[in-house]
Design a protein around this ligand. Structure first.
Ligand code: FPP
Length: 245
């Protein structure tokens, strides 16, 4: 198939969220320990980050470690923390003018990981290109519970009245309050569920599922997802006639 430059041909989703699933199964199929699947997953991530930035995506939100992932075997959790510590290259971020942000319960991460990530967030803070958002120790139910707590606290302190609580109030108390909702969510690895990821934010997000395991997800697969998105009609609850007027 001839290469088409999707970034110039049609609109690019401003915010792409990805559930990078299938690392463990990829490793099993290759006769390797699960941790090798995560390492290979980092390679896929490098390719997709650079391609998304080149195409003009503004926010790339990656489900990197969920609240539930803490229940995995100790060696696997350690290997993932090690990858977080050692495989995010400052050079790659700077070269591509990328900004790094974290959502999730940061305080639960090992101190060394928190410090390394904080350093990267500080040094990339002024960058104006794509923002990579790592969801770490993140789950939607945790995030929504936190938001409810904060709002309830404000009501209790008399700062906020119950009648003034709107969906904008809730959104403002979520850890994603600095970016728009995802336009497109991609889940690799054949499962078709959201697994506690961005449940509030994905109310009108276009969902794309593919069988490819994350370590094998490369540019051509990413282009397929974007092309699929570009063929969708987003109606946000309206009729086709209304959105095309
Ligand atoms: C899901 O696959 C993947 C994860 C829980 C971890 C994702 C992490 C990476 C791709 C590495 C990212 C690293 C950095 C530095 C950002 P799975 O293990 O659930 O796969 P399975 O469903 O096949 O078992």
């Amino acid at each position: 198939m001839p290469h088409t430059d999707l970034s110039v041909s049609k609109h690019i989703p401003a915010h792409v969220a990805i559930i990078m699933d299938g690392n463990g199964r990829w490793a099993k199929e290759h006769g390797k320990p699960r941790t090798e699947g995560h390492k290979e997953g980092v390679e896929a991530l490098r390719v997709i980050v650079e391609e998304a930035a080149r195409m003009g995506v503004k926010y790339l939100t990656l489900y990197t470690f969920s609240t539930e992932n803490w229940k995995r075997p100790h060696e696997e959790v350690s290997a993932l923390m090690e990858l977080l510590l050692n495989s995010i290259e400052e050079d790659l971020l700077q070269k591509n003018n990328l900004k790094l942000q974290i959502i999730g319960e940061k305080a639960k991460l090992p101190t060394a990981v928190q410090q390394a990530l904080q350093h990267l967030m500080d040094t990339t803070n002024a960058n104006t290109g794509m923002c990579i958002v790592l969801a770490l120790s993140y789950s939607s139910r945790w995030e929504l519970t936190e938001a409810v707590r904060q709002i309830a606290q404000q009501v209790q302190e008399g700062i906020l009245s119950v009648d003034d609580i709107s969906s904008a109030t809730v959104a403002a108390h979520l850890s994603t309050n600095f970016m728009p909702d995802p336009d497109l969510l991609i889940r690799t690895g054949a499962e078709k569920r959201l697994s506690n990821y961005l449940l509030w934010q994905c109310a009108y997000t276009e969902l794309y599922f593919c069988d490819t395991y994350w370590p094998d997800f490369r540019k051509d697969e990413f282009h397929r997802a974007i092309e699929d998105y570009q063929r969708r009609e987003r109606r946000f609850g309206k009729t086709s006639e209304q959105v095309n007027d």
